[in-house]
Design a protein around this ligand. Structure first.
Ligand SMILES: [Zn+2]
Length: 214
């Protein structure tokens, strides 16, 4: 699976996860037994691998509460167990569909673990799950970013672009730190604001990289 395809799949899961269909019960594609428990990678009855749920979020996937505080040791164990059961080697003699399901679970588990094991990406993910992208409320900040982007658009000076890249990437890192810290202190509004600002800088980083041909 291409990285972009996986990414868009994750985002569709993310959106579905916030749409309130989370409690819908599913049945096994092979034997039609109900699959109620999460993550429901295998059918409890016929033990056949199941497709990844469309409404799956990373926390549910590892059987965790949607909480900033995560038991890292428990998470690591769950991740390793999951990876071992969906490993491609175990599906050599299975159908193409089953191989595909295993492959998707493996990628999803990787992405979920990577996201949840780091406090910064975990904080950002929690904000994304809560689906409150309200845009920036500080017009002065938005204007500054707009001006900077125009400046970048108009220059081909690699030295200037290189400096801007270092600066904007530093800002993204700074906001990441701030989001995690805000979350830890229960300052959700501040975290959200920092996320919105970080998104602006992320877009600028992308713009500079494009200009530099990265
Ligand atoms: Zn079954």
């Amino acid at each position: 699976m291409k990285a972009t395809a996986i990414r868009s799949y994750f985002y569709s899961c993310l959106r579905a996860g916030t749409s309130g269909t989370g409690s819908r019960s599913l049945v096994c594609w092979k034997c039609s037994s109900p699959i109620s428990e999460r993550p429901g990678v295998f059918c409890p009855s016929c033990k056949v691998i199941q497709p990844l749920r469309a409404n799956q979020n990373f926390f549910d996937y590892f059987g965790l509460n949607k909480d900033f505080i995560v038991d890292q040791e428990g998470l690591k164990n769950k991740f390793r167990t999951l990876q071992s059961v969906v490993h491609p080697d175990k599906f050599g003699l299975h159908t193409d569909d089953e191989k595909k399901y295993a492959d998707i679970h493996s990628s999803f588990a990787n992405q979920a673990y990577k996201t949840l094991s780091n406090p910064k990406t975990r904080a950002v993910y929690m904000l994304e799950l809560s689906n409150t992208d309200e845009g920036i409320t500080d017009p002065e900040f938005a204007m500054e970013m707009l001006e900077m982007n125009e400046e970048i658009e108009q220059t081909d000076d690699h030295k200037v672009l290189g400096e801007k890249l270092v600066m904007t990437q530093g800002k993204v890192d700074e906001f990441m730190d701030q989001i995690a810290k805000n979350f830890e202190q229960g300052k959700n509004e501040e975290a959200r604001d920092a996320l919105n600002r970080m998104r602006y800088f992320e877009r600028t980083v992308k713009l500079i990289k494009k200009k530099l041909g990265h």
